[in-house]
Ligand binder design. Structure first.
Ligand code: ATP
Ligand code: MG
Length: 390
């Protein structure tokens, strides 16, 4: 295999005690995302190398892996001075810089030119051909030349990786995934910090359509490109929602509905070994997301709830959703269970005692058990299965 990619870990290397676990998980995540490519992966404490055939496809996939901070494409030449000189010059001719530095690493000691000597030879060759200066302390560009047994690898630029932590290093979270803009972004941001996901979607057929469900599954598929492990739990929510509309005053239906969602989310989170519930609530965005509402809704569970977009403006959330390509799907017009039968005046400062009173008027526990028992689990998130149904 003629292409060599160097992976830089960045943030990982600062966590000394966890380094082995981090690099092992990162290498497994990379192997999983590159499972259809012909590659060979090796790593040590400070870096990882991938040999591959299909360079552009591999690099594209690597830009979806959290925990990678830099992707460096190395150019392989035969280990002889003329070939190395020519490649160094070819690479630098494509760059715009004033100062440079050559950094030779000689892993293959059978090559009898020492590192410092080669630095001088190559530096002199560059100075002769390009109008520039050497700066060993703060160069505009560094050319690294690695002499290895299998050949010499030369590299300059670094493609920026996604950063963050390897997905799964923090275990799993249960993401409440609606068809909106916010929750897929909340999921993406959690993945970035190493939290793998399981998704939970509440559907209310026939009030919500199959297209609404497919839209959510398509969103899960898009964020699954950063994980590979995501499943979607679809909870039939119709009976619960209808019971709420029958028994609860209009202004409180959303508050009570969301309390039911949290109860189910906690139950599923425990069942699936998730350590947190994650959702797309953003402070003040709608009546159910005032701080009072969040408190009253959250009080049904002691389970930790993470709200990655809580303090973002809608425009900031939209910017991320465009970047991760969930936006176009999120804005498709299908109704969600939160948007059907919207009350005209949802309460913005709900009273917990009223909630408890309204909840006594129907047997919600039985309905919750029934809903959970009838969960549909979707495991195979493939593009062709869902997106063309939208
Ligand atoms: P989004 O843009 O993510 O839909 P939103 O601003 O529309 O958010 P709400 O409808 O109040 O806000 O929902 C807040 C959060 O509750 C969502 O971000 C999501 O995490 C969760 N949620 C709402 N509806 C559902 C649903 N049908 N299934 C699963 N989770 C949901
Ligand atoms: Mg929504």
């Amino acid at each position: 295999m003629d292409n060599l990619i160097l992976i830089k870990y960045g943030e990982l290397t600062t966590k000394k005690a966890n380094r082995n676990a981090f690099t092992k998980l990162l290498s497994n995540n990379i192997k999983k995302i590159l499972k259809d490519e012909e590659i060979e992966l090796k790593y040590d404490r400070v870096r990882m190398y991938i040999e591959c055939n299909n360079l552009s496809s591999v690099v594209e996939k690597l830009t979806h892996v959290f925990g990678i901070h830099g992707i460096v494409i190395c150019h392989k030449v035969n280990t002889n001075i003329e070939d190395i000189k020519a490649k160094v010059l070819e690479l630098l001719n494509k760059e715009n810089f004033n100062t440079f530095k050559i950094n030779t690493k000689r892993a293959d000691k059978s090559f009898n030119v020492h590192s410092m000597e080669l630095n001088n030879i190559l530096g002199g060759h560059v100075l002769k051909n390009i109008n520039c200066k050497v700066d060993v302390h703060n160069p505009d560009i560094t050319v690294t030349v690695e002499i290895r047994i299998e050949g010499t690898f030369i590299y300059t630029n670094e493609i920026k990786g996604l950063g963050g932590y390897p997905v799964g290093i923090q275990g799993k979270g249960m993401l409440m995934l609606s068809g909106g803009i916010d929750s897929p972004v909340a999921g993406y941001l959690s993945l970035k910090r190493g939290v793998d996901l399981e998704c939970l979607y509440f559907e209310s057929p026939p009030h919500t359509s199959i297209e609404a469900k497919n839209k959510v599954i398509e969103l899960a598929r898009i964020i699954n490109e950063y994980s590979g492990n995501i499943k979607v739990n679809v909870i039939p929510f119709t009976k619960i929602q209808e019971a709420i509309y029958k028994n609860v005053p209009d202004s409180y239906v959303i508050t009570i509905m969301r309390r039911m969602m949290y109860r189910i989310a906690e139950n599923l989170a425990l069942k699936h070994n998730c350590k947190v519930i994650i959702n797309g609530e953003s402070i003040g965005q709608v009546a159910s997301q005032t701080l009072t509402s969040i408190g009253v809704i959250n009080s049904v569970t002691n389970f930790p709830v993470i709200r990655p977009v809580a303090c973002m403006d809608k425009l900031e959330i939209i910017e991320i959703s465009k970047k991760i390509k969930t936006y176009e799907t999120s804005i498709l017009p299908y109704e969600d269970c939160c948007t059907i039968f919207l009350p005209t005046h949802p309460v913005i400062n709900p009273d917990i005692n009223k909630c408890l009173l309204y909840e006594m008027s129907f047997d919600y526990e039985e309905l919750i058990d029934e809903a959970i028992n009838n969960v549909e689990v979707i495991t195979n998130l493939k593009k062709e299965d869902f997106s063309d149904l939208l």
